[in-house]
Design a binder for this molecule. Structure first.
Ligand code: ZN
Ligand code: ZN
Length: 259
């Protein structure tokens, strides 16, 4: 019934994702999520709980998944489909009788899960939400889209001229923007000497900026991303400075107005 909202080529991913969400909470793990030992016993049926015979830790089917402790689990599939239907976080919070932060935290977990298991669906979902921000003033929206594209480039670009010998025969290494030159064999990081090098968790950059653009307070961002208030205020400062430096002045002012 939601199929018309998801592109045809992503229907299988969407089905599989919804299926995961309904079965994950009941499905026994194949091994202990802590030590990966396969010998464990069921302790309780409700809620389903196991104990590892090797490391003696307790776990349930959601332990060490992005959905750990996000009960009731029935909300997950519901939040996913309602968000695809373009229902706002605030409306969903009202429907579920919870806070927008609780909805945001679950959506964050859904996005993490998509990224791990359904990368194509993840890309579509995050891009759709990006272009959906019709409430933003045109300049802000355009600058936000441009900035997001720069970040995508920084995170995925495969080749970058060597910082030492300018050779283009370089290869990406590691998670962040590190490269190794095949000509002079030196390694370099394209974010070195930029403030971005001080912000770990590159996987959170885009979500962080989205939350800034949507004028969330530091407190609300800290809750959604499970970061400390200090970290959030530091990251906000760094990002707003970068926006200024990269010529997105209006966006910098917009993202700095509500703390
Ligand atoms: Zn164990
Ligand atoms: Zn080189």
């Amino acid at each position: 019934m939601f199929y018309n909202l998801v592109p045809a080529e992503l229907q299988n991913d969407f089905d599989a994702l919804l299926n995961d969400l309904s079965y994950l909470p009941e499905q026994a793990k194949e091994s202990c999520p802590f030590c990966h030992h396969i010998d464990f016993q069921k302790i309780r049926q409700k809620p389903l709980t196991f104990r590892c015979k090797c490391c003696h830790k307790y776990f349930n089917p959601l332990t060490k998944t992005p959905f750990n402790r996000l009960v009731p689990t029935i909300w997950l599939g519901l939040i996913l489909t309602r968000r695809i239907e373009k229902v706002t976080l605030e409306t969903l919070a009202y429907e579920l009788n919870c806070t927008p932060e609780m909805v945001k935290r679950r959506e964050r977990a859904l996005i993490d899960y998509m990224q791990q298991h359904y990368p194509k669906f993840h890309q579509w979902y995050t891009q759709t939400r990006l272009h959906e921000n019709n409430m933003l003033p045109t300049t802000i929206k355009q600058q936000y889209i441009d900035l997001s594209e720069i970040i995508d480039q920084l995170l995925i670009i495969e080749k970058f001229p060597c910082a030492y010998c300018q050779s283009s025969n370089t290869v990406r290494i590691g998670q962040r923007a590190g490269f190794r030159c095949r000509s002079c064999r030196k390694t370099f990081n394209i974010l070195k000497d930029t403030p971005l090098n001080k912000i770990p968790h590159a996987e959170l950059w885009k979500t962080f900026i989205e939350l800034l653009v949507k004028n969330n307070t530091n407190k609300s961002i800290a809750q959604t991303l499970e970061l400390s208030l200090n970290t959030v205020s530091k990251w906000r400062k760094v990002w707003c400075e970068l926006m200024q430096n990269w010529g997105y002045e209006e966006l910098a002012v917009w993202c700095n107005k509500k703390q």
